[in-house]
Design a protein around this ligand. Sequence first.
Ligand SMILES: *Cc1c(COP(=O)(O)O)cnc(C)c1O
Length: 387
Amino acid sequence: MKIKRVSKIESILDKVKTPSYICEEHLLEENLKLLKYIKEQSGAKILVALKGFAMWSTFDLVRKYLDGATASGLWEARLSFEELKKETHTYSPAFKEEDIFYIAKISDHIIFNSFNQLKKYKKIAKDINPNISIGIRVNPEYSSAPVDLYNPCGAFSRLGVTKSEFKKEEFDDEIEGLHFHALCEESANSLEKVLKVFEEKFKEYIPKCKWINFGGGHHITRDDYDVEKLIDLIKKFKKRYEVEVYLEPGEAVGWQSGVLVAEVVDIVHNKMDIAILDTSAETHMPDVLAMPYRPEVRGAAKPFEKPYTYRLGGNSCLAGDIIGDYSFDEPLKIGQKLIFEDMIHYTFVKNTTFNGIQLPSLAILKKDGSLKVVKEFTYEDFKNRLS
Ligand SMILES: *Cc1c(COP(=O)(O)O)cnc(C)c1O
């Protein structure tokens, strides 16, 4: 099963007030259909990781295809509970006591990052919600994640219990699951390798579990992802251990499902042409600087491949707020709109109002072709985060 992606942004571009993120509903649905196919073929359950994709105005659609959401703490758990209304699985590197009551009440699974936390909260969680399923995150200490910033299994990682720290005597009957998260934008081959290490290290515990959560980082909806291999790995794993398997992708849910539309506000020259936009890498596309990577701009090519080359810069005062260098068929004009591809995951979940820069609106291009602006941010949103 392959995804055919046809963007329809151009049809409504005139109506877009910039800056604006626009999720294309039909593209999101293509991703969700593929994820559902994997669920059906493999028997795994699939959750959306709200950390990467939390556009809750699309949850009526998401709910039809996925089993629930994975949350990184109280607020995401609440969002899952209030808006997605399916399973809520909550993991945090460290739960605070004041949050644990509410988290336990609204979560179906709670996953602890250490035996300390497990011991401290296990009974409280069970008292509040006798049906809650308790798990612990392990660190398989193996990953092929591309950069250290996104490698949960790197040196001295605080995320998950390593084999040498795993306390056999504390792994009691109340622990129903193990969770690992070791991948970042990776293939089914990477999962196969991690799974092998995970099984070698934790084999005595896996058969005692009801479920194993394979975490996120599966780049399932990318064109070259080997979906059939993933299905095969899950099916064989489930057969070997007779456990439920969960996947919790974030990026793969929102992958290539929409854009960020911005406008050229000015063009300056300093040994090269530089266009300044009404968007910013620092505040609106943080992974461009953090990963770092160069987002695609529709119709543009690498520098000097086309006749007119520009550096695209953000409207913050940060010197390094540069999106990248691009070339175009025609000179850019002030007021012209530019379309940044694949801007629906890990963008607005991370946005800031640094420099008082306006937050882009959130919009959905509906399947019927209409544009629905679901959120516009105001000066008060900026002011209310400060005092
Ligand atoms: C980040 C994260 C995910 C989602 O990762 P993606 O790369 O967006 O698929 C899932 N589970 C955990 C524990 C995470 O930290």
